[in-house]
Design a protein around this ligand. Structure first.
Ligand SMILES: [Zn+2]
Ligand SMILES: [Zn+2]
Length: 221
């Protein structure tokens, strides 16, 4: 019979799976970036990339909030397929928010790489014969890259300053990535707000929607 301890243990098989997901993600991102540069030219590819990155970073923040809300409130670590890989880290995180700061790079980011592979897969299916398709391709690559960085930003929001790179602390201070004090509100009673984890830009919007939904429920009760 499977015990809770076994469900929460990061097994060698899971580590090998996560490492493979990260390597496949990095290889696909490199291959697709090269294909974009060859099709559009370096200057245009750089331009599309610079335009797409801030938009993708905002979109990734909103998506992280919705996914976090779902994984905090639906299913369990025993849910087939997504339980061990996706729900487990979120549930464990609320019991011991500092646990993720003791995880290595692979454990922190492997599931994100796996979840982002379909985004790069769609980019790989695109033909790049027009400027519009090249822009869409750059947007998908930027979205994949931004989405895969979310959990690392989340980990830095919990890590001690001495364990966070200086450039990341600078980015936290300038609200480019999730600031620790801002994210701490998610871990403060009543634990029902601030779900966005990339940079927190969209937390005011998601908080307002959730508040309105709770008010409507209370009104009906
Ligand atoms: Zn949470
Ligand atoms: Zn957290």
């Amino acid at each position: 019979m499977t015990t809770d301890a076994a469900l929460h243990r990061y097994s060698p098989a899971q580590r090998a799976f996560d490492t493979t997901a990260l390597l496949v993600f990095a290889g696909l991102l490199l291959a697709e970036s090269t294909r974009l540069v060859l099709a559009a030219g370096p200057a245009a590819a750089l331009g599309w990339g610079l335009l797409a990155l801030p938009l993708a970073w905002g979109l990734a923040d909103g998506a992280s909030g919705l996914l976090h809300l779902a994984l905090d409130t639906c299913g369990s670590v025993r849910t087939p397929v997504i339980g061990p890989a996706f729900i487990r880290p979120f549930r464990e995180h609320h019991v011991d928010p500092q646990a993720m700061t003791r995880h290595g790079f692979v454990e922190t980011n492997g599931a994100s790489a796996l979840a982002c592979l379909p985004i790069l897969g769609v980019a790989g299916l695109l033909s790049l014969h027009s400027a519009g398709l090249q822009a869409l391709h750059a947007g998908l690559l930027a979205l994949g890259l931004c989405a895969v960085l979310i959990n690392e930003c989340h980990r830095w929001a919990h890590a001690a300053p001495s364990a966070t790179p200086a450039w990341a602390r600078w980015a936290q201070r300038h609200r480019l990535i999730l600031p620790p004090a801002h994210h701490q509100r998610h871990h403060t009673a009543p634990f029902d707000a601030h779900f966005c984890m990339a940079n927190g830009w969209l937390n005011p919007v998601l908080n307002a929607v959730l508040l309105q939904r709770r008010s409507r429920r209370r009104g009906r009760a």
